[in-house]
Ligand binder design. Structure first.
Ligand code: DPN
Ligand code: ZN
Length: 341
């Protein structure tokens, strides 16, 4: 995919690179912002940002933080009959865990109930309100597992990466120029029920506010690949440019209707996302490119009991979590929005 060097997103990527020798100053600025952020509350979106966001680098997501969230989800499964499927106490405990983490960081969490086949489930959303209320950059991933196991790669990985990103953004820039909205979906495994319900619940004006939706479903596959959704070109280009800074070549993937971006795409919202592979088999070429074992599934524990914290490639999880943070940050940067307007 052509990266579109003239676009606002691409120029932001370039600008960030040039800032590399200013890393120390950026770190100091982030530390200062974090101190101010800790003292303020997210409920006051009109408060002045402590620093011009354009001077701040995208938060680097600590993979240890992501893994700590995965450990918590594993423990929840262990204490609730081995899974975190919709309608179970394990799902409820997963919702409570993410909610508590977000609330501790100052977010207000909205729980949206919806009917499943013979039961009820919930989505949760939380946001950093933007100075410009007319624009929302949204991201999400499903928080439910199948009933066969703990669902740590599918989709503890996307859920935990997103949670670490939400917590890092609340520290780094609690008053962004546009709204950053985070979602954790219920009942994906029963047919994308939570995300479909959410999109159906929006009126035309609310839907129109969403500039882009990014989906993260399975981002730590143990024999994985660096797949970027074949979606919006500018989003794809930003993911690719970030991963290229780590000498990682990506491949486009068409995930079709297999995850929670589908309802947004059907409603006309530009979409993107990251994926490291499920039951599909790694090719020779991919093994050359990314390592791992050709002829074996990207995730040999897909929808199985062995989808535990052992079923994660930490390097892949780290790179994909950072790519998530970088891309969402870039999409909400003032110069990107000026160019897009
Ligand atoms: N959530 C999984 C599924 O729906 O089966 C994983 C998946 C995501 C598979 C995206 C393919 C594409
Ligand atoms: Zn699944």
């Amino acid at each position: 995919m052509n990266v579109g060097r003239g676009s606002g997103i691409a120029s932001r990527v370039a600008a960030d690179r040039h800032r590399e020798d200013d890393t120390m100053n950026v770190r100091i600025a982030i530390a200062a912002a974090a101190t101010v952020a800790a003292a303020s509350t997210l409920a006051a979106p009109t408060a002045a940002a402590p620093d011009d966001p354009a001077t701040l680098a995208a938060p680097d997501i600590d993979v240890a933080a992501v893994q700590a969230h995965l450990d918590a989800l594993q423990q929840i499964a262990d204490e609730n009959g081995g899974n975190r499927a919709t309608g179970t106490t394990g799902y409820r405990a997963s919702v409570d865990y993410v909610t508590e983490q977000l609330e501790t960081a100052g977010y207000t969490v909205t729980e949206q109930p919806f009917d499943t086949f013979g039961g009820e489930s919930y989505n949760i959303t939380a946001e950093l309100a933007g100075a410009d209320p007319s624009r929302v950059v949204m991201l999400g991933g499903h928080l439910d597992s199948v009933d066969a196991g703990a669902g740590i790669n599918d989709n503890g990985s996307g859920s935990a990466g997103e949670l670490a990103t939400a917590l890092a953004f609340a520290e780094a820039n609690p008053n962004p120029s546009v709204t950053v909205r985070f979602a954790w979906w219920g009942a994906e495994e029963q047919g994308l029920l939570g995300s479909s319900h959410y999109v159906d619940s929006l009126d035309a004006a609310e839907l129109d506010r969403i500039d882009v939706y990014l989906n993260f479903d399975m981002i730590g596959s143990p024999n994985g690949g660096y797949f970027v959704y074949d979606g919006d070109d500018a989003v794809e280009g930003t993911f690719n440019e970030f991963l290229a800074t780590r000498d990682i070549q990506t491949a486009p993937t068409t995930v079709g209707g297999r995850s929670d971006h589908a309802a947004f795409e059907d409603a006309g919202v530009p979409i993107g996302g990251l994926f490291t592979g499920a039951e599909g088999t790694k090719t020779e070429e991919e093994a050359q490119l990314w390592g791992g074992t050709a002829g074996e599934p990207y995730d040999p524990c897909y929808h199985s009991e062995c989808d535990t914290t052992a079923n994660i490639d930490p390097t892949m999880l780290d790179n994909m979590s950072d790519a998530m943070s970088y891309t969402v940050w870039s999409l909400t940067a003032p110069e990107t929005l000026d160019d897009a307007a």
